[in-house]
Design a protein around this ligand. Structure first.
Ligand SMILES: NC(=O)c1ccc[n+]([C@@H]2O[C@H](COP(=O)([O-])OP(=O)(O)OC[C@H]3O[C@@H](n4cnc5c(N)ncnc54)[C@H](O)[C@@H]3O)[C@@H](O)[C@H]2O)c1
Length: 396
């Protein structure tokens, strides 16, 4: 089968830029896909960062420190942009304006205003596909929970809890970087870094919070500057958001947490849903296992633990008994982006990448959370109607 080649430029050759290159390099892992990304050009403000691509990615024929060169290149169809948050709005807008399809990184703008500017630009270019990176829903256990929600298996929702927890910031000697400064990471702190990952599935399920009471926490307030001194560590370390979700026919609490200081957790993404007919939980802490408790009135209440087979959104060469990991989820997310880019409404499976509307809803929540923590009050959240309209038009 001849594959449709999607020619990519990468802006930002750091941690995530390299993850994309690695996923593109093992595209042969996927079976039955009629599309393939090819990274032809890369850009980083730091020329040394692009050198890795020159050494490792044979398809790269151009490197530059000026992203506009990529946008002017007619041989580039799409851009992956993975740069610090303060640059999202300006770069994403220029990318969309240039007519390049975009997979951008979260939080999709450093704050709500920046995000609104991106969304306004998108409205002028409906021909351009714009999506936001979020890979955890592609873990087979998380994917299966998505299937169960689509099938209406949970009954009435009793409560939901979802989170993303790290712990490397427990070390007070870890030097400062752009992710711990408000100017580059944003006032949201850990919410901007981790929150879209937590919200992707709840928002896709239509569970946009109606209000939030937030508890935000700073534990380490200064860090080594790498030059022998100490500098302020300005951003929120941990956030707990108690949300009230109101749907037409039901209302339930949803607790979302994003933590950079969660002792013992390296990269734990989880979701728990309790319903009247089914409860289920999945965590990347035990990436192979999904727990579920089906319930019928008067019946027994017993948790089942299943070793989830390696059954992925896009089929692969890997046998069902083997383990799925972080880099596999990145590969699956990229397959979803390329599938949607090439086939639009005719994608081969239902989980598409996070949308800018979902990113906008996350900004509504995080902005309300900042106000809630500042005032000590519960804060109502705007934007719900627009998200519901977007979900309806996407057939969810
Ligand atoms: N999806 C995920 O799991 C995940 C994980 C980590 C980070 N991220 C997101 O990815 C983005 C980048 O994070 P990262 O961890 O890769 O950061 P990073 O610091 O490793 O890389 C960012 C790169 O951008 C480059 N850069 C800065 N200004 C630039 C400019 N004007 N033009 C071109 N390049 C420029 C830097 O030199 C650096 O190489 C952020 O939005 C972050 O939130 C996503």
């Amino acid at each position: 089968m001849d594959k449709t080649i999607v020619r990519f430029g990468v802006i930002g050759c750091g941690l995530m830029g390299k993850e994309f290159a690695s996923a593109a390099a093992r595209w042969c892992h996927l079976t039955d896909v009629g599309f393939e990304p090819r990274i032809t050009a890369v850009c980083d403000a730091n020329p040394a960062a692009a050198e890795w691509f020159v050494r490792q990615v044979p398809s790269v024929s151009k490197t530059t420190t000026d992203y506009r060169e990529l946008l002017a290149d007619p041989d580039i169809d799409a851009i992956y942009c993975a740069v610090p948050h303060n640059l999202h709005a300006d770069l994403y807008i220029d990318i969309i304006r240039a007519g390049k399809h975009l997979l951008g990184e979260k939080p999709f703008g450093i704050d709500r205003e920046a995000n609104a500017r991106i969304v306004a630009e998108m409205a002028k270019r409906p021909d351009v596909l714009v999506r936001c990176s979020s890979e955890f829903p592609f873990f087979p256990g998380a994917y299966r929970i998505g299937q169960w929600v689509r099938e209406g298996r949970f009954g009435r929702i009793i409560e939901v809890e979802a989170g993303f927890w790290h712990s490397s910031d427990l070390d007070p000697l870890k030097p400062i970087n752009w992710k711990r400064r408000i100017a580059t990471n944003g006032e949201y702190g850990c919410m901007g870094d981790l929150g879209m990952h937590v919200l992707h599935l709840p928002l896709r399920f239509g569970w946009q919070p109606d209000s939030v009471r937030a508890l935000l926490q700073k534990t380490v307030d200064q860090r080594p500057d790498g030059k022998g001194g100490m500098v302020p560590c300005e951003t929120w370390d941990n956030a707990i958001l108690a949300c009230d979700v109101k749907r037409e026919d039901q209302r339930f609490p949803m607790v979302l947490s994003t933590k950079r200081i969660a002792p013992g957790h390296a990269n734990t993404w989880f979701i728990r849903i309790n319903g009247t007919e089914l409860s289920a939980e999945y965590s990347t802490k035990n990436p192979k296992q999904i727990r579920s408790l089906p319930y019928k009135p008067g019946g027994e209440q017993a948790w089942h633990t299943l070793d989830v087979p390696y059954q992925t959104a896009y089929s692969t060469i890997t046998g069902g008994i083997f383990e799925f990991g972080f880099s596999d989820s990145i590969l699956q997310m990229w397959a979803a982006f390329c599938d949607e880019l090439v086939n639009r409404d005719g994608m081969s499976q239902p989980l598409y990448c996070a949308t800018p509307e979902e990113a906008a809803a996350s900004h509504e929540l995080f902005t309300a959370a900042l106000e809630s923590d500042r005032t000590g009050q519960t804060v109502r959240i705007g934007g719900r109607d627009s998200l519901e309209a977007a979900a309806r038009s996407a057939g969810i």
